[in-house]
Design a binder for this molecule. Structure first.
Ligand SMILES: Nc1ncnc2c1ncn2[C@@H]1O[C@H](COP(=O)(O)OP(=O)(O)O)[C@@H](O)[C@H]1O
Ligand SMILES: [Mg+2]
Length: 355
């Protein structure tokens, strides 16, 4: 195949790995960053044949939709909290470890923080100890589990076993599944378990209390640090374990868990405005448009903040779509008009109209 863009797409297309399976997680950890490619000028684009042109547009769409992870202040602060808690990860197995709770509204970068941290952790452990455990099993320093609505205790165990690719994930009683999950964690020498979308557990309900007790039990039993990720976990009583009144004081989770909030960018303070401008300046060179120019984003810092309320997830969605329009419409750059008219996600849309 001679079309360079279609060749490029074969190696750099959208990554479809599933993080909640060990093979997908492994791919996420070990896949090299996308190879960069030259942005063509308008004249060079005019010389492409129709298929080349289509594939080049696709290659750019994939590229533009995958901005690099920016080391925002939010990410750095969260890493610090996780590092602090992980310091006790080195305690011997008979001593209790703490856990981290990344608790914030959607689209603020919670999953990004947890997965990138866990990826770096995975790489460090591999470098130090290699890919096999002392007993010769595959080493999996990190397990990543995503919960779904109304999940039960059995469901949590199933998810964990599915990550390890255990054939019994779909069978077995609750107790058996717990035992198997404990086995998997132990034999793969897992040190960090990330549980994402924890808000799907209704901690005030019966299932929720069970799940909460179960997670506490696992944390007691396993020499592992847990990172819990979710939306409104404080409001959902995660820290109280569904207890009310004076009993709350007894809730063990509160004392073992360190809450790590993730805040949106603000432009209300000078430092905040600078951080927002820096984020835009960092993202700006990523986008491949033939008429891209420096200042294409930073000149519109206010507008972009209004439209996204400083939420990084809404921002990347907006930029993604704006670039797609700049490509299909032929503008090949971003301006105030384009940035004002592309739709953002629902939540950001509603808030920017009410602001
Ligand atoms: N540090 C970051 N750098 C660049 N983009 C980010 C960063 N954090 C989040 N994003 C963008 O925001 C989107 C939503 O982030 P995500 O981590 O899924 O949020 P949450 O889990 O809080 O809903 C991501 O898909 C990504 O495009
Ligand atoms: Mg998330």
């Amino acid at each position: 195949m001679s079309n360079p863009w279609s060749r490029w797409l074969q190696v750099n297309d959208t990554a479809l790995f599933q993080l909640s399976r060990k093979a997908g997680w492994d791919a996420f950890v070990n896949t090299a960053p996308r190879a960069d490619f030259a942005t063509l000028t308008v004249e060079e684009m005019a010389r492409l044949g129709p298929e080349e042109s289509e594939d080049y547009a696709e290659a750019r769409a994939v590229w533009n939709a995958n901005p690099p992870t920016v080391r925002t202040a939010q990410l750095t602060a969260a890493y610090q909290v996780i590092d602090d808690v992980m310091a006790s990860n080195r305690r011997d197995a008979d001593k209790l470890r703490g856990s981290v709770v990344i608790d914030a509204e959607p689209g603020l970068g919670k999953t990004t923080i947890a997965t990138r941290y866990a990826r770096e952790f995975h790489r460090r452990i591999y470098r130090r100890y290699g890919p096999a455990t002392a007993a010769g099993d595959q080493r999996l320093p990190v397990a990543f589990v995503t919960l779904t609505d109304g999940i039960t205790l059995k469901g949590v165990n199933q998810r964990l076993l599915e990550f390890y690719g255990h054939p019994a994930a779909r069978r077995g009683s609750r107790a058996e599944l717990t035992a198997l999950a404990v086995d998997c964690v132990a034999s793969c020498d897992t040190r960090l378990v990330v549980i994402d979308e924890l808000h799907f557990v209704d901690f005030a309900g019966r299932h929720g209390t069970e799940v909460s007790n179960h997670l506490k039990g696992l944390a007691n039993e396993l020499p592992v640090t847990f990172i819990y990720v979710g939306v409104g976990l404080r409001e959902k009583w995660f820290f109280d374990e569904g207890l009310i009144g004076e009993q709350v004081v007894l809730a063990q989770t509160s004392r073992r868990a360190t809450r790590c909030p993730v805040v949106p960018f603000t432009t209300a303070t000078d430092a905040g405005a600078r951080a927002w401008a820096t984020l835009l300046a960092t993202l700006e060179p990523h986008y491949k448009l033939a008429r891209a120019r420096p200042g294409m984003l930073t000149d519109h810092a206010r507008l972009l903040h209004e439209r996204t309320q400083g939420r990084i997830g809404s921002l990347t969605t907006l930029l993604d779509r704006a670039c797609a329009r700049a490509i299909t419409g032929g503008a090949e750059s971003l301006d105030a008009r384009l940035l004002s008219c592309v739709p953002v996600d629902n939540a950001a849309e509603q808030l920017s109209h009410s602001a």
